[in-house]
Design a protein around this ligand. Structure first.
Ligand code: FRU
Length: 547
């Protein structure tokens, strides 16, 4: 079942000879792959305005997130030849503010001997790898080579390789003695190196995975080339046998803003077995002594996903990782806004794949446990300040649905509001609603179950995949009888930030362009909505390619 969702897994299972032939034919045909037919070439009604999408073709994981010389770089898993997963290469986009992105030339392409899977980039400030001239600070990428026949490695095996750029990320040279790190025996599932500078020890730290063994492997290096094994991180009883661990990330954060009380956060992306079904990003908080990561809380054996901590409770947030060298040492993440359960069937063309809004992470004590909290990066707040805003002080709704004024209609908007459910059984808002009320994404609180739900069962086009899950439900107690929400609506997505950023729900939706109405509702009782502001966000498309 899983293999039908993830093409390279399917390939992994083929006998290697057949696999090699298949890979060769894919590569040959790729160069002349036909562009999508005109009929399915434009679904611009689902092209995000604020969220990065490539102009055309397939995109998955964010790779090589790095800030350097005033520029944020977003590299990503990209097929330069088609709107389906394959020929994995690194696409590239840049931004000064994490919201306006400029697509750049493809950074590294799959070739006759290897495909280029996920990885990371660091600024080699002291030229520790010796790949640049004296006193230069090259960008150094560690990525996963997936070998093809003729490469000198068994086809399908994966190892970590190095590439570097001496022109601020525009062009990349592969290191002459790649790979720099291979498992012995070679593995088909050794991938996704994430590198960071470990300040207390003064060395580079790499986390990678053996995906099907549910192990994060950690290594250290003085020069980004020679790596020494440190330790493994795994769970005593893997509750999700058969799933994969991918895209790990390990970084420190102060707890409750106290810089003397640092904890380490380990992100492990897991596919499938996410809280919302399919692929998702879980995390653990604990200590790291330069060698071993020790989580503070591990759910007991047999626990289901609800006992684990997640970066997002929606269906569409995967492969999340943090930026290297972010200003002020902040933890800024970008996740792929999709799900391996149905990513290949998403009805967008001529592109497939978008990135979630960049988020800033903090660590806060909640119910005696350190938990991540999430907010859109601060640049987003400036964008909201620039937009035209409709404010409503208070609205009471009794057992009905109330459409708001025409000025609140929109397809790219920020909505802030406080819900006081009072006697209502269920109450919330409907975004991207149709004139007749048949279409709309419902975001509501259920007072009986004390849960927040994003329901996309009538959100527009939903039938393209049976795995396109319809409802995402999160436990969330009210605070003094109230719930404050920030909802970011952008053409084909909703991101709901709730409970002071403790919970985020990110879901793709596929409504028609004129499904742009906003309503409030209360079922079986009376609810009050207050401090509502609805802001039309400026569409940065206009400048997307001008920078
Ligand atoms: C995660 C992932 C990575 C891999 C890449 C391939 O979504 O499966 O483990 O490197 O995608 O595109």
């Amino acid at each position: 079942m899983r293999d039908s969702r993830h093409p390279f897994l399917r390939r992994r299972l083929l006998p290697s000879l057949l696999c090699a032939a298949l890979m060769a034919s894919i590569t040959e045909s790729a160069a002349s792959y036909p562009l999508p037919a005109a009929s399915d070439s434009d679904t611009s009604q689902w092209r995000s305005a604020l969220h990065y999408t490539p102009q055309r073709n397939w995109m998955n994981d964010p790779n090589g997130l790095v800030y350097d010389k005033g520029i944020y770089h977003l590299f990503y898993q990209y097929n330069p030849n088609a709107n389906v997963w394959g020929d994995m290469s690194w696409g590239h986009a840049t931004s000064r503010d994490l919201l306006h992105w400029t697509e750049q030339p493809v950074a590294m392409r799959a070739n006759q001997t290897e495909e280029i899977f996920s990885g990371s980039i660091v600024v080699d400030t002291h030229n520790t790898a010796g790949l640049g001239p004296a006193n230069s600070s090259p960008l150094v990428a560690l990525y996963t080579s997936v070998y093809k026949a003729g490469s000198g490695h068994p086809p399908g095996t994966q190892a970590q390789s190095l590439a570097y750029s001496l022109d601020d990320g525009q062009t990349w040279q592969k290191y002459s003695r790649n790979p720099v790190l291979t498992l012995n025996p070679e593995s088909n599932n050794f991938r996704d190196p994430k590198v960071s500078w470990y300040e207390p020890g003064g060395y580079w730290l790499m986390t990678t995975v053996v995906a099907d063994a549910h192990v994060v492997k950690m290594y250290r290096s003085d020069n980004l080339i020679d790596w020494t094994f440190l330790s493994d991180f795994t769970l005593p009883d893997i509750p999700h046998q058969g799933s994969l661990w991918e895209m790990p990330d390990l970084f420190p954060l102060p707890l409750d803003g106290d810089s003397r009380n640092q904890k380490w956060v380990m992100i492990v992306n897991v596919n499938p077995w996410s809280i919302a079904g399919g692929s998702g990003a879980m995390y653990f908080v604990g200590g790291f002594d330069g060698k071993t990561f020790t989580p503070e809380h591990v759910p007991t054996a047999g626990s289901d996903p609800s006992r684990y901590q997640w970066l997002d409770h929606g269906a569409d947030y995967y492969a999340a990782g943090t930026f290297a060298s972010a200003p002020g040492g902040k933890a800024i993440t970008i996740g792929w806004m999709s799900n391996w359960d149905y990513a290949a069937r998403i009805p967008t063309a001529p592109w497939k794949g978008a990135m979630a809004l960049p988020r800033m992470l903090s660590l806060k004590t909640v119910d005696g446990m350190p938990r991540l909290t999430f907010e859109p990066v601060q640049q987003y707040a400036s964008l909201v300040r620039e937009g035209a805003t409709t404010r409503i002080k208070e609205r009471t709704v009794s057992s009905s649905t109330q459409e708001l004024a025409p000025s609140t209609r929109g397809t790219v908007q920020n909505i802030d509001l406080t819900i006081t459910p009072r006697s209502a059984q269920r109450t919330g808002l409907i975004v991207r609603g149709s004139a007749n009320g048949a279409v709309g994404t419902r975001i509501f609180y259920d007072t009986g179950t004390q849960t927040l739900t994003v329901d996309r069962s009538s959100s527009g086009k939903t039938g393209f995949s049976d795995a396109f899950s319809k409802q995402h439900i999160v436990n969330l107690p009210l605070e003094n009888g109230k719930l404050r929400l920030t909802v970011v609506v952008d053409m084909n997505s909703v991101e709901v930030f709730a409970g002071g950023g403790e919970i985020v729900v990110t879901d793709l939706i596929f409504p028609a362009l004129d499904d742009d109405r906003l309503s409030l509702f209360a079922d079986n009782g009376t609810a009050t909505f207050s401090d509502i502001s609805i802001t039309d966000l400026p569409d940065p498309h206009s400048t997307r390619h001008a920078r």
